[in-house]
Structure formats: C-alpha cells, structure tokens
Design a protein around this ligand. Structure first.
Ligand SMILES: [Zn+2]
Length: 419
C-alpha cells in the first residue's frame, strides 16, 4: 500500500471515529416523575458511565429507594451504572447501612411496565456497579420493580371493570391530598352479614415495592376462576389496599422510620396517617360485626433474607386459641410456598424487644383489639434474589391466596379453644 493510500485510510478511519462518537447522544439522567429518586453525581459521556445516589429525604424515611430514567442511549452500547449508597443517613443523623440500597441485581425496564433484572452487580465498598446493554434508547433503572400510585389506581380500576363483584373505593385522602385506592371483593346485591372478611394491604413502608407486587399476585388470583379462589369468595369478602403510604411512594421517599414515625408504628389511639386511621376504623367495625378473620400486612425485609417469612404474634399477645389458628394458617402457607421461594421455618415476632412502638405495629394492633379468632400477621418477601421480580413476587401472592383459601375451608370463628 502506498503512503498516500495509507494516509487516506487513516483519514477515513478517523473521520468515521469522530462521526460515530459525535453520533452518540449525551446520556441524561432524570428522576422527575412519580416514584423517581436519584441525585446525579457524575455522568461521563465518553466512558458512558453514570454515578448516582439515592435522593430521598431522611425526614420521609430511609433513603434507600432509587429509581431513574436514562435517555440518549445508543442501541447496543454498554452502560456502566453505579449507585453510591455511602452517604445515606437516617432522620436522626445516624448512618443507614448501604446494604438497604444495593440489590445484587437492579431492576430495569424500557417501558416502565415490564421489569427485568440486570446481571449481578459488582460491589465496591458501599457502591454497586452494574453493566447493562440496553436494547432501547430510553431505559429506567430502580432498586426493585417499581409500583407507584398510578399502578395502584389502574389495578383497582381494571379489576373493578372486569369483575362484577369487585368494587373500587377510596380508602381516604392522604395528608398531602392524594387518593389512596382500595377495593373490596364481595358478591353484588348480597347482604350477608355473616360472611367472613379478610384484609390484605401493602406498602406501609414506601420503599418496599415488592409488597405491592405480592399483593397484586394475591388479588389477581383471588378474583380469578381458580376453583379455590371461587370457594374463597363464596365465604369471604376481601379488602385490599395496594399502597398504604401513597405520599412517600409518589415522592420517591423511603417511608420507613419517617418522622415522627412511619405507618407501621402508627396503629395507636391517635393515628397520624389517614390511611392507617381509615384502615383501623374499617377493621374495628368488621371485627365488631364478627366478620373479620384475617389481616395480612405485606413487606420486604433486610438484604440478607433469601426466603419469605412471617412475623408472628409476640407471646404477650397470644392466647392458646389465637396461637393454634396462627399455626394452622402458617402450616397451609408453608405447603403452598415452595417455589421459587420456600417459606422460611423461622417465624420471628415483633414484641417489646423488637421495637419500643411494638404495640403500634399493624398486626399487633389487630391482635390486641380484635376477637380471639382473628389472625393478624406480617409477610416479609425477600427482595435480594434472582426471583425477586414481578413474576416471582406475584407467585408468592398467589400462594398466599391459596394458603388463605385452604385456611378458611373451616370457619375459624367456630374453632374450638384448644385443650
Ligand atoms: Zn416494612
């Protein structure tokens, strides 16, 4: 090849490189949408790396939740996304462990509807780095699959339109004026005051988005044509609240341990949060009419939990009969919850050693103020596993539904007191 040829080729090559580099758009990170949370620390447009921190205000709960959009992606390019969780503080100024904000696999989506997981990230100190090759020009990354107020709204609306026996209602308006969507499943036109009632709710802690996905799996199963679901509906009315702390979910805050206390430390004589106040009022009335038999509160636990588990009644709130019913409920759930998650054998309790406001925890309040046959329980579904996806969570919800259906094959109200 002649020197001239060589020079021409070099010129062509360098022009190509300049043009192709110029063709790459700038990456832009935004969290200005419902549920969004990210502080952009640095974007390197040449290296295609993004560094963010969770941006929640500790006054509104643990700032471990993050959720952001990236635009300007060239199809097929590799992005390096780093979340720095080293600066997280609780409202009292103490450090919050980075583990809460760093799933091994992050959630990502190209349409905010279908959520998959990235490959496992690389932990580097209190940061985690994920390499992703999106097949879209715009993608969203999040701590886990988001479930925001619009999803709750849409879910109760769709189910009520599709099923005659589902009625959507507003549990209340929040302190910030947002609507809290809820639904009840009950036969139309039938006023049977002896039917049992179950109450399932999620997201007293806003960041625990997995709770709403478990709830969605549960309620979609409960209204389905599955014979066990039909049998359940023949006996029981079902109340369902997809998101209790709507305000913090909407603003991308964590909710957990917010000031002065969070939703799940608010079940007192003077509840601060409207959703808690409304739920307490309804539950009390349902118990007074001797209809309430089961209350289930859905949560996500700590990063190291790899199996779902129940928080059960502390001995202080137990009677023999209550405990026998609770054991029976857990036993059927244990048979149902096998894959992808096996229900953990251990059943910790939320007594005085767990928290000084232990009496103001929802399931403990239910146990202390309702009739003896009412089971009040908390289900924690692990978030830091390859199955902690919408599909995995929904399966847990269906299994919970089957457990509930089997448990209620016999009416717990007529259960004998154990010898
Ligand atoms: Zn929680």
């Amino acid at each position: 090849m002649s020197r001239l040829h060589c020079l021409i080729m070099l010129w062509v090559l360098s022009t190509f490189l300049i043009v192709s580099q110029a063709a790459a758009e700038d990456l832009v990170v935004s969290s200005d949408f419902p549920g969004g949370s990210a502080e952009v620390v640095k974007i390197d447009q040449n290296q295609r790396t993004i560094l963010v921190r969770p941006a929640g205000d500790p006054q509104f709960g643990w700032p471990c939740w993050w959720y952001f959009q990236v635009t300007g992606i060239t199809l097929g390019e590799e992005l390096t996304v780093t979340v720095d969780a080293s600066q997280m503080k609780q409202a009292n100024g103490l450090k919050l462990s980075a583990a809460w904000a760093l799933p091994e696999q992050a959630a990502f989506s190209s349409d905010q509807r279908l959520w998959s997981q990235t490959g496992p990230g690389k932990k580097q100190g209190e940061t985690c780095v994920w390499n992703v090759k999106p097949e879209a020009k715009v993608v969203w990354f999040a701590w886990g699959p988001p479930f925001v107020p619009a999803d709750a709204e849409e879910s109760v609306k769709t189910l009520s339109q599709k099923h005659a026996n589902v009625t959507a209602f507003e549990l209340c308006k929040t302190r910030a004026g947002r609507s809290v969507p809820a639904l009840v499943v009950s036969p139309v036109g039938e006023k049977d005051e002896s039917r049992m009632v179950i109450w399932v709710q999620a997201r007293q802690h806003a960041w625990e988005s997995g709770g709403s996905w478990v709830g969605r799996g549960f309620i979609e199963w409960a209204v389905s044509d599955h014979p066990q679901a039909i049998a359940l509906r023949e006996k029981a009315d079902i109340y369902y609240v997809p998101i209790m702390d709507i305000d913090n979910v909407a603003t991308g805050n964590g909710g957990k341990n917010q000031v002065p206390h969070d939703h799940n430390r608010d079940w007192s004589e003077h509840p601060r949060w409207n959703a808690v106040q409304s739920a307490m009022k309804s539950l009390k009335a349902l118990d007074e009419s001797e209809r309430l038999v089961l209350f289930v509160d859905l949560h996500n636990p700590g990063a190291n939990s790899k199996q779902p588990y129940f928080y059960i009644a502390p001995p202080e709130l137990d009677t023999q009969r209550r405990k026998a019913l609770q054991d029976a409920f857990i036993a059927v759930c244990r048979q149902e919850m096998q894959e992808p998650f096996k229900l953990d054998q251990s059943t910790p309790s939320t007594g005085p050693k767990y928290d000084k406001r232990w009496k103001e925890i929802s399931s403990n309040w239910v146990r202390s103020v309702t009739r003896e046959y009412v089971v009040g329980i908390t289900l924690e579904t692990c978030w830091n596993t390859p199955h902690s996806t919408p599909a995995g969570y929904r399966t847990v919800g269906q299994q919970l539904g089957r457990g509930i259906a089997r448990y209620l094959e016999q009416d717990p109200r007529s259960s004998p007191a154990p010898d």
